[in-house]
Ligand binder design. Sequence first.
Ligand code: 5GP
Ligand code: ZN
Length: 114
Amino acid sequence: MSDTSCLFCRIVDGEIPATIVAETAFAIAFRDIAPKAPVHVLVIPRRHIGSLSEATDAAELGELAMLAADVARQEGIAESGYRVVTNVGEDGGQSVGHLHWHVLGGRALGWPPG
Ligand code: 5GP
Ligand code: ZN
């Protein structure tokens, strides 16, 4: 179900434009508007889930993870390496309240994150 006040639901619904790079029945992947690495794609479920903490369906989460790996292959960073991360809540640095996995790569990524 779509939440009209949610930015990423509006991207799913096509109300806000985004550069979609992959999609499945349950998920879409699109380029981050403010990329933090040469490749920065967001993988999200089509239906509204607030964050990983609100997820209830393991198969759905598995599909998101598989799509993240597909995106990495498609973007040419599977061999060089990449990071998949989801920020949760205030301390996690989550700024959009719709579950999303960041797929980051194309440069060496620092660890641990700040
Ligand atoms: P968070 O901070 O919640 O982990 O990640 C949210 C991400 O969404 C940020 O990396 C931010 O750049 C991205 N973002 C915010 N608004 C938009 C938008 O309108 N379009 C796209 N494509 N990305 C967005
Ligand atoms: Zn949403």
